[in-house]
Structure formats: structure tokens, C-alpha cells
Design a protein around this ligand. Structure first.
Ligand code: PLP
Length: 311
């Protein structure tokens, strides 16, 4: 079976199950997991999260996601009564209870609420929630066949000096408003510039370009995506030149190929940028090579952790 066929077959299978979540010591249907309207995670977006996926019954790069989640919580001075091993077990159990072979698995920590009448952040009880859902695609496998139409937003990404994008967060208003702008222009998604006129990222993904055979991606002002790192590693191991550096918008607009990376979709080709057709209008050869390697790595033991489904 080709990678494309495997991706399509897996995407059809994920339609059958609903999700399972964990909160306050219990596993429940995901619809029953709630966050209080008084939680600062809701009222102030004072929350961090991470998303890992399960593919064909195996977590992909789970330890990388746990590293990032723990670093994000530390960055926001949050603490929960579950250590790394406990979080891993909770994620495992959420997936096991859904029985899903392909899953979108989220973990998050909200600031919580301070005691009544108090506004001291240090007195908030931070709240951990996790859940597993059927795999979610930013761009469906069908859409990935033709490639996405992307737009460059007129609005810059929130400055990293204000909200650190390496701490995975829900500060998405800049991206959501830009998405509407992109829809109006007939695009599927949007990539936001920095205040300095370089490329940053978009709603749920990092951005890459291929310029004269070299794969380039921004070095800062972005979430350090696990898929982004996987692509960098793939390039490294396969002798593909890769540069992590500022990417000026002009260079990006002129690139031979563009692709986006996310846990929710993998390596996603862009074939139109602001209406300009890239190459011959089909996903580029380098993008497809990296995409194939990305999905092939999902079968490697060193990159994956099997889910224990029990029976
Ligand atoms: N950038 C942003 C803003 C994101 O929200 C995400 C994923 O949700 C990414 C990049 C891609 O990160 P990863 O590859 O770890 O999924």
C-alpha cells in the first residue's frame, strides 16, 4: 500500500469513534469534560496545551511532545499533581478507551481559579485535562493531493516579545481574523508575517519553503513544532540541505515549493500563494519526498510508542 493509500484508509477508519477525556481523576466521554467560565484559562487565555497523534496504533514522537508540554507549563509557572510518567499513562489510557488506531491526543493545563475574593495568580489551582479524539486533519488527504491555497495575512503575528510562541498557547485571535481574510480571498488558510516582514506561522502549522533545492523555515517567532523538527531531522538524515533562519516574505513568495507542517496533518503541500500558482500547480517533488519520509517514519520503532490496547 502506498503512503497516500495508507493515509486515506486511516482517515476513513477514524470516522467511527468519539472521544474520551480525563479530568479531575476520572475518564469520561469527551463531551463531559468542562472548563469553568471562571477559569483564567478561559477568561485570560492563561493556558498551555500540546497535541500528539497516534498513527496506526502508535504515538509519534510522544517524548518530544511531553518535553514541550512540561517546558510550557514550567514557562507559565504551572504545576499539576501528575508527573511525566503519569501524564504519559493518562494519554495512553484515553486512547485505549477510544480504541482509536488514529487519534488526535491533547493535554492541557489551565491556570484555574484563585480562591473566592482573591486575585493572586499564585493561589490558583492549575487544572490538567487530556483527551483523545478521532484524528483531525488541518487539510484532508484529498485536499493534500491537490495542495492548499494559502494567503499571506495583512496582519502580523503577535510579537514573540509579548506572547512567547514557543510556549504552545491559545492566543489565536490574530490567526483567526486572518483566516477570515484568507477565506474572503478564496484561500484555504493563511500564513502570518512578523513585524519585520519575515514569515512566521499559521493557524496550527509551521511554514517551509524550498528555494533552489534548499529547505528553509523560520528560526524564531514560531512554535517549535514537533513536525517542523521532524522535517529538519528528515532533511538531515537524507542529505537534503536545510536552513533554519529568517525567511523574508519576498523570498517566500518567490519560492519553488511551499509546505506546511503540523501534528494535525503532517506535511501539507501549498500549490497557490496569494493566487500565484507554484511550479506546475501540483505539489512539489521535494515536498512529496519529505511527506513520504514523514509517514514512513511513523513505522519506525525509534520514533513511535505503541498504544497498549489491552486485548
Ligand atoms: N504553530 C502553531 C501556532 C501551532 O498551533 C502548531 C500546532 O498546533 C504548530 C505550529 C505545529 O506544531 P506541531 O508540529 O508540534 O503540531
Amino acid at each position: 500500500m502506498s503512503i497516500d493509500e495508507a493515509v486515506r484508509a486511516a482517515s476513513a477508519r477514524t470516522l467511527i469513534a468519539t472521544g474520551v477525556g480525563f479530568a479531575d481523576g476520572d475518564y469520561k466521554p469527551v463531551e463531559q469534560i468542562n472548563v469553568s467560565v471562571l477559569d483564567y484559562g478561559f477568561t485570560r487565555s492563561d493556558v498551555t496545551y500540546d497535541v500528539v497523534h497516534v498513527w496506526d496504533g502508535r504515538f509519534f514522537r510522544l517524548e518530544h511532545h511531553l518535553d514541550r508540554f512540561l517546558a510550557s507549563m514550567a514557562g507559565l509557572r504551572m504545576s499539576i499533581p501528575h508527573d511525566r510518567d503519569a501524564i504519559r499513562s493518562i494519554l495512553m489510557e484515553c486512547v485505549r478507551r477510544t480504541g482509536l488506531r488514529e487519534a488526535y491526543v491533547a493535554m492541557l493545563c489551565t491556570r484555574g481559579r484563585p480562591p473566592a475574593g482573591v486575585r493572586d495568580l499564585r493561589q490558583c489551582r492549575n487544572r490538567f485535562v487530556a483527551y483523545a479524539l478521532p484524528f483531525i486533519w488541518i487539510a484532508s488527504p484529498e485536499k493534500q493531493q491537490s495542495g492548499l491555497a494559502a494567503a499571506i495575512a495583512s496582519r502580523p503575528r503577535i510579537a514573540p516579545q509579548s506572547v512567547d510562541p514557543t510556549i504552545k498557547n491559545y492566543h489565536w485571535l490574530d490567526m483567526e481574523r486572518s483566516l477570515f481574510e484568507a477565506y474572503d480571498a478564496g484561500a484555504d488558510t493563511v500564513i502570518l508575517p512578523s513585524l519585520d516582514g519575515t514569515v512566521t506561522e499559521g493557524p496550527g502549522f509551521n511554514a517551509f519553503a524550498v528555494v533552489n533545492g534548499t529547505v528553509v523555515t523560520p528560526d524564531s517567532g514560531v512554535l517549535e513544532g514537533i513536525t517542523r523538527q521532524t522535517v529538519i531531522d528528515i532533511c538531515g538524515r537524507n542529505g537534503i540541505p536545510v536552513e533554519v533562519r529568517p525567511v523574508p516574505l519576498a523570498e517566500f513568495r518567490d519560492a519553488d515549493e511551499i509546505f506546511l507542517t503540523s501534528t494535525a496533518g503532517g506535511v501539507m503541500p501549498v500549490t497557490r500563494l496569494d493566487g500565484r500558482i507554484l511550479g506546475n500547480g501540483a505539489p512539489g517533488a521535494m515536498t512529496m519526498r519529505i511527506r513520504d519520509l514523514y509517514w514512513t517514519w511513523h513505522r519506525e520503532e525509534a520514533e513511535t510508542t505503541p498504544v497498549d490496547y489491552g486485548c
